[in-house]
Write a protein that binds this ligand. Structure first.
Ligand code: SF4
Ligand SMILES: [Zn+2]
Ligand SMILES: [Zn+2]
Length: 339
């Protein structure tokens, strides 16, 4: 039997030196799920994750039997997207009517992106998956290292402008993922968001009173967002820590470093809050995600989704609700003369 160390303490109140027994086979457990009461060894954790992801795929991924479906998987070299790609290959990769392509967006962050990009390439090679990539430079944006240099100067000259790198990076990366998906004519885009990510996003949207974002939150299977392939999030019920354990168990090539610009983003605050809530009241993360599903259901009952027809950005042609898209606005903002 495989041995995974260390025992997943964040899910457990027990000492790391007294691994309890798996509740299925009695072997040393690697995780105790406070939210479910289950205690699992590596083998049975993998089995349980596969089962949950397979169930989610059946709900989220619509395969049109009359034609092949191209699934574009956005990967980063990190654990979530590595586990997502691996499970997708295992669960649907053998189907003749499914084509899986993986792709990575290079943000231009020296010391962080090159090694993680290599991990993404290595993973695709091991799995025999087609790999594509693009960069902020290719897309006409500044590299993130350059954005970070420019931000203090911009905030001096313009009021109310975000000085947090992730605000820009998130918008540019979305453009990159859309461009890659378009390149391979994807029917669906799969993202590696885990349970913790989803719960943080739900709480952030609620704190902002942002019902639109709540309604547009992936998965989009039955409510496609116009102009873009629907996004699916098959890992949305799997806690981050269990994904990490599975990635170690499967010995996936992973880049473990954090992005040097990650700190400061508001998401980190939500990350701490959600983790604290989960510790105090196990199951909070699931409840938050279920809450957003329930809001979507209620909204649909009251007002069935109408196909919205976003206009095209005058600059780049991306779907937008205004004359130009947010990415183009941000590009303009950053295009200052550096003397
Ligand atoms: S942490 Fe922020 S700046 Fe770094 S890659 Fe992610 S979104 Fe971009
Ligand atoms: Zn077991
Ligand atoms: Zn645009």
């Amino acid at each position: 039997m495989e041995v995974m160390q260390p025992f997943a303490m964040a899910e457990s109140k027990q000492s790391p030196f007294q691994a309890p027994a798996c509740d299925v086979c009695g072997k040393d457990a690697v995780v105790e799920q406070a939210y479910s009461g289950r205690i699992l060894c590596g083998y049975h954790l993998e089995k349980s994750i596969r089962k949950k992801v397979s169930k989610e795929l059946r709900k989220q991924l619509y395969l049109d039997k009359s034609k092949p479906t191209t699934v574009f998987v956005a990967i980063s070299g990190g654990k979530d997207s590595a586990v997502l790609l691996t499970l997708l290959v295992e669960l649907i990769g053998m189907r003749r009517d499914v084509r899986i392509v993986a792709g990575c967006v290079d943000e231009g962050i020296d010391g962080y992106r090159p090694p993680s990009l290599q991990c993404a390439i290595d993973l695709c090679e091991t799995l025999g998956v087609e790999f594509i990539s693009t960069s902020y430079e290719n897309l006409g944006f500044h590299q993130m290292d350059e954005v970070v240099k420019r931000l203090p100067m911009i905030s001096e000259t313009k009021e109310g402008v975000s000085t947090i790198p992730c605000s820009y990076c998130g918008v540019f990366r979305r453009q990159g993922i859309n461009a890659l998906a378009k390149q391979v004519d994807a029917d669906v885009v799969a993202l590696g968001h885990n349970l913790d990510d989803m719960a943080q996003t739900v709480l952030m949207n609620m704190t902002n009173g942002d019902i639109d974002r709540t309604l547009r939150l992936a998965p989009h299977t039955d409510t496609p967002v116009d102009g873009l392939p629907p996004r699916i999030v098959p890992l949305r019920w799997i806690p981050e820590q269990e994904i990490h354990l599975l990635a170690m168990h499967k010995q996936l090539p992973l880049h473990h470093e954090e992005c040097p610009y990650a700190q400061g983003a508001l998401r980190w605050r939500y990350r701490d809050i959600v983790a604290q809530l989960e510790q105090d009241a196990p199951g909070t993360r699931h409840s938050l995600v279920r809450m957003s599903d329930n809001i979507k259901h209620v909204a649909r009952r009251v007002e069935p989704p109408v196909q919205s027809h976003p206009t095209k950005c005058q600059r780049c042609g991306s779907p937008t609700s205004g004359a130009t898209c947010k990415a183009c606005d941000m590009r303009d903002l950053l295009d200052i003369d550096l003397e």
